[in-house]
Design a protein around this ligand. Structure first.
Ligand code: GLY
Length: 567
């Protein structure tokens, strides 16, 4: 009897240990046989899956998701902003559609400075003068034209319907709107549409956006150029003129997205395919991974003071380089090859003291050869054929500039703040930037958006990205390290607590409950300084392929309301 009881107990323990994930406990990633969409909006994820079920591929689905998010996630989903779409075709071809906003023709280097040469508070972040020429409609339609199977009218229809019929608002959206009411109230159309003139929307209520539905109807019927040359362009330009904005019909007509090749590197034998300029994300990510390759992080363990110390030291060095060197490579020289070279990382790793933090003021950019922020949004899609899309797009700040172009329902970005208003003066994210990122007509502001794909033995293993301004880069870094070094599955890697250092200010930002007292005090003893208050970071949305079975695994960030949907 006793022996029988022991056997039962042993069986229970074995079964339990088999089903327990090796490290951080998380829900399992969502699993599906054919395709998967991970986005911050369950409604938008479902739109993407329905497009694939109707015969569309991952690119058709991604375009439909991008358009749907402009309706269901107005904090960042947009047609009045811009972003980057990384597309990896099943045949191995990879390209990026860069639909980042551009500075208007009338923009100038010192446009946000007063007569004394000081930065005018809010000028690059609030209202019409903060708006860059939007690229989203041109970018999404170019992706569709080059890689999609369905027609523009078919992929825009779900968004049009959501805007016309309305959708049920969730906690994250209603909380975001109330939290941004000071900004949105300054603009009558935004106040009416998103704040119901001060009677805040409650969770579970419907948001109907008739003006946006009309705009989407025009775009559906007349095609994407309507945004740049039709009535929508005219309405945007008129509203700009009436409110001191710079964007004209000429700016809109001239806007063109760019097709780029990704920047590539390796980390412990895996290939990292990521975002080139005008994002700083890919270069900084590869620079940090190259540094971290010098250390046995797996042995140190996730969340240990040794691991955090090394990641932070890598982060402060990469962000110092970002501040100095990065900008739109179509306009300025960026030493990309040098920044991502293994040799450069060898030199940087030698400057890291395992026992002491290097004060940021002692770190200047090297010499390479040659906070909580849900204001951007990322989604990832994979289809049955194996095409993968990793897309990050943005209005910059939450609900962008706050202004809705009259008569269009289109919220406008405040991407101009990503430029350097004045070297040495931090932008809204506290980032210091250089002349390389100075404002010039048609130039694209430097971004941190980092859509990334990680390959194993030449095959796509997972795709990831996140919002969060500069924290984007460190969120992607930590997901990659969590998977590769610590063996976490994609959901665990996303769930795990994050931290962020961006060189200046010299402090570690951390998440609530993200760091225990012992670890913190060990890091403080090494000389690290922590931010005053914790705050959540990012909203990573990832897909992974189980390379043994081919199953598609989807994972959304628990920090926001995202839901992965597969079929
Ligand atoms: N607007 C945030 C970024 O592009 O990094």
């Amino acid at each position: 009897m006793k022996r029988q009881a022991c056997a039962i107990l042993l069986t229970i323990l074995i079964v339990a240990s088999m089903s327990i994930a090796p490290r951080a406990a998380s829900r399992e990633p969502v699993r599906a046989r054919h395709g998967m969409v991970a986005s911050t909006s369950e409604i938008a994820s479902r739109v993407g899956v329905e497009v694939m079920q109707r015969g569309g591929n991952a690119i058709d689905a991604a375009v439909a998701v991008g358009l749907a998010l402009a309706v269901t996630w107005p904090a960042a989903g947009n047609i009045g902003g811009g972003g980057f779409m990384m597309i990896r075709r099943a045949n191995g071809d990879t390209e990026i559609i860069d639909y980042r906003e551009r500075a208007p023709l009338a923009a100038s280097r010192e446009m946000y400075l007063d007569k004394k040469g000081d930065v005018i508070k809010g000028a690059s972040t609030v209202g019409y003068r903060a708006v860059g020429v939007p690229g989203t409609v041109a970018g999404l339609s170019l992706a569709l034209e080059r890689h999609g199977k369905l027609k523009w009218a078919d992929v825009i229809e779900p968004a049009r319907k959501l805007a016309a019929d309305g959708f049920t608002m969730n906690y994250h959206l209603t909380r975001g709107l109330e939290g941004t009411s000071k900004l949105l109230t300054q603009f009558p159309d935004s106040k009416r549409i998103f704040l119901r003139d001060g009677r805040f929307y409650q969770e579970g209520e419907r948001l109907v956006q008739p003006e946006l539905a009309e705009t989407l109807t025009r775009l559906k019927e007349k095609g994407p150029r309507e945004f740049y040359e039709g009535k929508t362009a005219q309405l945007i330009a008129e509203d700009m003129k009436a409110n001191g904005g710079l964007i004209t019909e000429q700016d809109l007509k001239e806007y063109q997205p760019a097709v780029r090749k990704p920047v590539k590197g390796t980390y412990r034998g895996y290939e990292i395919v990521t975002m080139p300029p005008p994002s700083s994300g890919g270069a900084a990510l590869l620079e940090m991974l190259n540094i971290l390759e010098h250390y046995n992080l797996a042995e140190m363990g996730p969340g240990s003071s040794d691991t955090i110390h090394l990641l932070v030291e890598a982060q402060r060095r990469a962000f110092a380089d970002r501040a100095e060197f990065m900008g739109d490579a179509d306009f300025v020289k960026v030493p990309l090859e040098g920044l991502i070279s293994k040799k450069y990382a060898d030199d940087l790793a030698k400057t890291i003291d395992p026992n002491h933090a290097t004060p940021s003021e002692k770190i200047r950019a090297g010499a390479p050869a040659g906070y909580e922020s849900t204001q951007t949004t990322h989604f990832t899609v994979i289809d049955e054929e194996g095409n993968v899309v990793s897309n990050t797009y943005t209005l910059n700040g939450g609900f962008g500039s706050g202004a809705t172009a009259r008569g269009t329902g289109v919220l406008l970005n405040n991407e101009m703040d990503d430029f350097t208003s004045k070297p040495g003066v931090p932008n809204a994210y506290g980032l210091l930037q250089s002349e390389n990122n100075a404002i010039a007509p048609r130039k694209r502001p430097l971004s941190a958006m980092t859509p990334t794909i990680v390959m194993k033995d030449g095959k796509v293993w997972f795709a990831i990205g996140s919002p969060g301004g500069p924290t984007i880069i460190n969120t992607v870094l930590q997901v990659v390290v969590n998977v590769i070094d610590f063996g976490m599955n994609i959901q665990q890697a996303i769930d795990a607590p994050r931290f962020h250092h961006q060189w200046m200010p010299d402090r570690i930002a951390f998440e609530p409950l993200g760091i225990n007292r012992d670890t913190r005090s060990a890091l403080e003893k090494k000389g690290h300084v922590f931010a005053e208050k914790p705050g959540n970071m990012g909203d990573a949305e990832g897909v992974m392929i189980d390379l043994k079975t081919g199953m598609r695994l989807g994972a959304s960030d628990p920090r926001s309301g995202g839901v992965p949907i597969g079929y």
